[in-house]
Each structure stands twice: as structure tokens, then as C-alpha cells.
Design a protein around this ligand. Structure first.
Ligand code: NI
Length: 250
């Protein structure tokens, strides 16, 4: 059995969510964790979690929301995080890909949410793009742990996160020809990996560029198995166990 620990399931991207869930089950992906990371997605994710037993959520404001998030919204978030289907706070973090103009604001929003995670004893799901050093420095200030979502850094960076107690979220990028994740997966091993799709984005090869879905998780597992010379069953069993323990699923 597989778990997709990070996807964005919403009616905006999928017409028939019942069908998506059915297809997931057929592919042996029995549980999914939706990342609700804007105001609208947070409410929609909670509704879907309410509707489907095997849908869990992490909630938090993505760095791209930095200009719209108010203190009132963060207060609401604290209440929303108390929902029993919530398994973590995220995705939150830093994104300097489009520039560092709003770096201070991003850092402020990130730290406010890390503070909430620490106070509520919630795992964090981290988005970090072109911002490794600042991300690590922020995380070190708080007593939190969780997942580095869509990890794409160096082996050295991977080892730092693992030493800090984080798992690496590995998805479709591992199947891309130009991906540098081969060395990373080899260096950290199965015990430090959780599987994710980030659907509808980042579909694995041979579906690259198309709409992604949790049902493609086995393709990612197969690639990781090839890298580590392990069977898909073993990849499934270890990564699912990692996800269960990390997010305290049952
Ligand atoms: Ni995401």
C-alpha cells in the first residue's frame, strides 16, 4: 500500500474527485495527504477530508501567499489546524525563485507559522526554492520536524536536513532525465524518504507535462527501487511506514 504524502486535490483541477480517489485505490494508493496552502484551498481541503476517510490534510500558507495573509487569517488557521484530519502544517517556507524583493515578508510569515507548529506540536511541510540557507537557519530556531517537500538540493544539503530529523519528499522529478536526485536517494536511503506527487504538478515520466495524480505514485516508487536496487514492495512498505510514523496516521 502506498501513501501520497503531498498533493493538491481540488475541483479547480479535477472534474471528478470520486473518480480520482477510485483510481488511486486501484493503483494501491490508499491514503493521500492534501496540502491546502491558500485561503480557498484550506477550506476546500478540509471539506474533502471530511468527505473521504482516507484523505488527510496539512494546512498552512505557501510563500506565494505572502501579500494576502493577515494576522486574522493566521488566527483562523490555528482553529482550522485543530481539525482531526489535520496531520501537519504546510506547505510553508521560502521561495526566492522569482527574486528576493519580499524576502523579509516571506521570512516573517514562515517564522510565524513555524511558531504555531511548535506551539501546537505539529509536523511541518517545507517548501524551499533557491533559499536553502535561510530555510535551514529558520528551521533551526524552532523545535519542529517534518518533510522537505519536493527536495531538489545537493547530497550535502540532504544530509543536513536528515541530521535535523527531516524526511525528504521525493516525487516525479526523480524520473526526469536531468534530475540530480539519483545521488540524493542513494545517499539518504529509503528510511529518510516519503513519497509524494505534488499533483497536479510534476507528473513523472512518461506523463511529464500532463496533469499529475496520486495514482502515479507507483511509478515514483519503481524509480526509487531501481536506484536502491530494492523491490517496489519494499519501497512501498518502508516509505508508507515512514509516512505513518511521521504524520501519526492510523
Ligand atoms: Ni505542493
Amino acid at each position: 500500500m502506498f501513501i501520497d504524502t503531498h498533493c493538491h486535490l481540488s475541483y479547480e483541477d479535477y472534474d471528478d474527485i470520486d473518480l480520482v480517489i477510485k483510481e488511486n485505490c486501484k493503483a494501491n494508493v490508499e491514503k493521500i495527504i492534501i496540502s491546502g496552502c491558500s485561503k480557498e484551498w484550506i477550506s476546500e481541503s478540509l471539506k474533502l477530508a471530511d468527505l473521504y476517510d482516507d484523505v488527510y490534510v496539512t494546512l498552512g500558507y505557501h510563500p506565494s501567499e505572502v501579500d494576502v495573509v493577515t494576522d486574522e487569517m493566521l488566527n483562523d488557521l490555528k482553529k482550522q489546524l485543530k481539525n482531526k484530519k489535520v496531520v501537519g502544517l504546510g506547505e510553508i517556507g521560502l521561495d526566492y525563485y522569482y527574486g528576493k524583493d519580499n524576502k523579509e515578508k516571506q521570512l516573517e510569515l514562515f517564522e510565524k507559522q513555524l511558531k504555531i507548529a511548535e506551539a501546537m506540536n505539529l509536523k511541518v511541510v517545507i517548501h524551499s526554492r533557491d533559499a536553502t540557507e535561510d530555510t535551514i537557519n529558520c528551521l533551526k530556531k524552532y523545535n519542529v520536524s517534518g518533510v522537505i517537500h519536493c527536495f531538489s538540493g545537493s547530497v550535502e544539503t540532504a544530509k543536513i536536513y536528515v541530521a535535523m530529523g527531516y524526511k525528504l519528499g521525493i516525487g516525479g522529478v526523480v524520473t526526469f532525465k536531468n534530475s540530480k536526485l539519483f545521488e540524493v536517494v542513494q545517499a539518504v536511503g529509503l528510511e529518510n524518504i516519503v513519497l509524494e506527487t505534488d499533483a497536479p504538478y510534476l507528473a513523472p515520466t512518461p506523463f511529464r507535462g500532463q496533469k499529475n495524480s496520486s495514482k502515479f505514485i507507483p511509478i515514483i516508487a519503481e524509480e526509487i527501487g531501481k536506484i536502491l536496487n530494492k523491490s517496489v514492495q519494499e519501497v512501498a512498505s518502508v516509505t508508507t511506514n515512514n509516512a505513518y510514523e511521521l504524520f501519526d496516521l492510523r
